[in-house]
Design a protein around this ligand. Structure first.
Ligand SMILES: Cc1cc2nc3c(=O)[nH]c(=O)nc-3n(C[C@H](O)[C@H](O)[C@H](O)COP(=O)(O)O)c2cc1C
Length: 332
């Protein structure tokens, strides 16, 4: 995830039970693009021991090929094409989710990528742009070009991050392509992940925002699959997680207000499960410096509440990003 899956975040997640693999923030591909250094760093220095897929976003075939050559020099498990980003400034360039309007272009890109990638070639897509009229055609192209693994976010581009997820469409993709399919979209908990395996027939689940809120989600799902007792984090565990985010994801060289702003972006998601009334979210948004923000976290999470269980699912009715929910962006 843009602005989220940094080296520091991967390390913090890795300590709590990493996913089976990570996918990087996307590398932008265009005429003058080079590999963004911080994304390269996340591939080389995450230290979790898990495989990492490098994601690219673009539509210029010669430059996609050039980028693949650069990526081949890095320790990546495979290369993933983004066909889902819903930000207008992205899709207007006919990249990300914008590609879903143009199956002929997808045909050309998948062909070129498959020729160039000897190892694993994966695709992440939504079910359509503003409808599903191209879905079957695109699934045929996924099969035609022997994509190794497909992740389907069960929303259209116009559905952004909040429309209802169409798990039936994901189940349809599972039946339509020969490669394994990973289901994505509102996989809020290990319990829901288990249900969705049955409902969709997918090989696995991709967790995005819910891994920010609950970094133990991958461990909990692994435990659920093995019929082991599920790890139950406390609010004190959440406070420790927040401290690690502050230490590893907020640039200490920046002004304390900027560091607080960065941490708040993670807290917007974490706060969805701290109290049903949204009091934590309310209070933390009103702090200015990092020190005050961490004091606010102490007040809500430790002391008398330290041993309280952190719920598996978010409380209903709370909003993670009040100013962003209407802004169409792909960044934290
Ligand atoms: C802040 C943010 C950044 C994202 N960046 C990317 C990205 O770079 N590449 C990508 O394929 N999806 C990206 N996504 C989409 C997520 O991977 C995921 O498909 C979407 O959030 C739905 O899953 P969720 O309900 O588990 O969050 C991003 C989502 C968010 C909230």
């Amino acid at each position: 995830m843009q602005d989220v899956t940094t080296t520091g975040f991967m390390r913090v997640i890795g300590r709590r039970g990493a996913p089976d693999w990570f996918v990087t923030e996307y590398f932008r591909v265009h005429e003058t693009s080079t590999l963004e250094k911080h994304i390269v760093d996340s591939i080389v220095n995450h230290g979790t021991g898990r495989p990492v897929f490098a994601q690219i976003i673009g539509e210029d075939t010669p430059h996609i090929i050039r980028t693949i050559h650069l990526l081949k020099a890095l320790p990546v498990a495979g290369i993933d094409l983004n066909m889902g980003c819903p930000a207008p400034k992205v899709y207007r360039k006919n990249v990300g989710g914008g590609l879903l309007r143009d199956p002929a272009k997808i045909d050309e890109i998948l062909h070129a990528m498959r020729q160039e990638i000897d190892g694993l070639f994966t695709v992440k897509m939504r079910i359509g742009f503003d409808g599903m009229e191209n879905f079957d055609r695109i699934l045929e192209l996924i099969a035609k070009h022997k994509v190794d693994l497909l992740t389907v976010h069960g929303r259209t581009v116009k559905g952004l991050y909040w429309s209802e997820v169409d798990y039936t469409a994901i189940a349809h993709a599972v039946k339509s392509v020969p490669c394994p399919v990973i289901a994505n979209g509102d996989v809020v908990s290990a319990t829901k992940a288990s249900d969705l395996i049955t409902k969709t027939g997918a090989l696995g689940m991709m967790m995005g925002r819910h891994a920010i809120r609950n970094p133990w989600i991958f461990r909990q799902w692994r435990e659920a699959q093995q019929n082991l007792p599920r790890f139950q984090p406390t609010l004190n565990d959440v406070r420790i997680y927040i401290q690690e985010l502050a230490d590893e994801c907020c640039d200490a060289a920046k002004a304390t207000e900027k560091q607080a702003g960065r941490l708040k972006k993670f807290l917007n998601f974490i706060g969805l499960a701290i109290d049903a009334d949204g009091k934590f979210l309310h209070d933390m948004r009103r702090t200015e410096t990092l020190a005050d923000l961490l004091k606010c976290c102490d007040a809500h999470l430790v002391g008398t509440r330290a041993a309280e269980a952190y719920p598996e699912e978010p409380y209903r009715g709370l909003i993670a990003r009040p100013t962003r929910e209407t802004q169409q962006t792909c960044e934290l």
